[in-house]
Write a protein that binds this ligand. Structure first.
Ligand code: ASP
Ligand code: MG
Length: 402
């Protein structure tokens, strides 16, 4: 018995039947003697539908008004879920983000939680009520509604768990846990029993769509034990927690990210300061660059290639074209037909053979590598989009089957 925070995603509450199913899970945990606080997402595709409605009227609507609109999705879920729990006969109350004391900064549509004023939450728990909190939303210092960015309900749940010192934060979704790679791409993928915060953070950032990466960051910071599991069965999920340094390096997962575009600046003068001027200009405009390579100079010219997200491509190209004289290059080439495939595992830096093994897997599958980046905990390669799924399978089976 203790305090449990649970989070249910949009697919877990997409219709009346699913809402009743979730209500039963919540009341079971409550009847077992636990205090239960639940963060819930908008039903099914509600958030996408609301965005579409906004676009019909004004595709350039202010972020403040978008937050006002999108926050309604979660408000529907909390009310319906509370009604379902009332029907089962347990004491319950639903709270919006602001009623729950979820205080954020003023960054509309991508707000960060600053603190949770837990008074109201505590007083409802003291009355032995199940508390249902709207995920994804909070309130800022102007008393305006904010949202935390797509997928942000995970972060709401972890923040609640941290603020209330919950024993565990259970993230319920429509998959059984965290897999070694996307099971839809790779039939041999399997569920991990546990994974460290750092590994999960990399997997989340590299395109594994299980957890909002900020929720993992926060779980690590406040040492919140996370359990990722299915709302549709009782299988043990995956625990995300501090895992003691293992001696043997283990590759834990393979990810694929299609949201990348590659830009090459060809024929840049081979003189000091060129890379600096290009990347400073890009950074100043708020664009993040991921993989980078620069060729060795030839005839006093060199090529610089890098990747950005697809969303930033047009903006980056426009910027580079505007500054053609200043940067001084011959030609820009770009493509969206690329994907980033990565492996994640703690301790890579001490295991020189890992990169070679990954490249061997790609060679065996006759897949060409465009770019490479390594860090302490991951190795990423850029491949042609058409090869990406085969690359995932080849790399997965090389490292993760034994
Ligand atoms: N409803 C929001 C979204 O779809 C937040 C969430 O589901 O976590 O992004
Ligand atoms: Mg989600």
């Amino acid at each position: 018995m203790g305090l449990i925070v649970q989070k249910y995603g949009g697919t877990s509450v997409k219709n009346a039947e699913r809402v009743m199913n979730v209500a039963r899970r919540i009341t079971d945990a409550y009847k077992a003697g636990n205090d239960v606080v639940v963060a819930v997402s908008a039903q099914g595709d509600t958030t996408d539908d609301l965005i579409e409605k906004a676009n019909e009227i004004n595709p350039r609507a202010s972020k403040r008004e978008m937050d006002m609109l999108l926050a309604t999705g979660e408000q529907i879920s909390i009310a319906l879920l509370a009604m379902a729990i009332e029907k089962i006969g347990c004491p319950v109350i639903s709270l919006t983000g602001w009623q729950a004391g979820m205080i954020t900064d003023t960054h509309y549509s991508a707000a960060r939680i600053k603190r949770i004023d837990t008074e109201r939450l505590r007083s409802e728990l003291d009355k032995r009520k199940i508390v249902i909190v709207a995920g994804f939303q909070g309130i800022n210092k102007y008393d305006d509604i904010t949202t935390l960015g797509r997928g942000g309900s995970d972060t709401s749940a972890v923040a609640l768990a941290a603020a209330l010192h919950a024993d565990v934060c259970e993230i319920y979704t429509d998959v059984d846990g965290v897999y070694t790679t996307d099971p839809r791409i790779c039939k041999t993928a399997y569920k991990l029993d546990e994974i460290s915060y750092d590994e999960m953070l990399e997997l989340a950032s590299l395109g594994a769509n299980v957890l909002h990466n900020r929720s993992v960051e926060m779980a690590k910071k406040y040492n919140v034990k996370l359990s990722v599991r299915s709302s549709l069965n009782n299988n043990e999920g995956t625990y995300v927690k501090e895992v003691k340094q293992v001696e043997k390096m283990l590759v834990r997962g393979v990810t694929r990210d299609n949201d990348v575009a590659r830009i090459s600046l060809c024929g840049v003068a081979d003189t000091p300061g060129k890379a600096f001027s290009v990347f400073r200009m890009i950074a100043k405009n708020g664009i993040s660059v991921d993989l980078i390579i620069q060729s060795i100079g030839n005839n006093n010219k060199k090529d610089i290639s890098f990747t950005v997200t697809e969303g930033d491509l047009d903006k980056t190209l426009a910027l580079l074209e505007e500054n053609k004289e200043v940067i001084d290059y011959n030609e820009i080439k770009w493509t969206k037909d690329v994907s980033k495939v990565s492996i994640v595992g703690a301790g890579m830096v001490n295991n020189p053979g890992v990169a070679a093994t990954m490249f061997e897997a790609l060679y065996d599958a006759r897949i060409n590598i465009n770019m490479i980046a390594t860090s302490e905990i991951k190795i990423s390669v850029l491949v042609d989009r058409k090869d990406a799924e085969r690359a995932v399978v080849a790399i997965h089976d090389k490292f993760l089957l034994d």
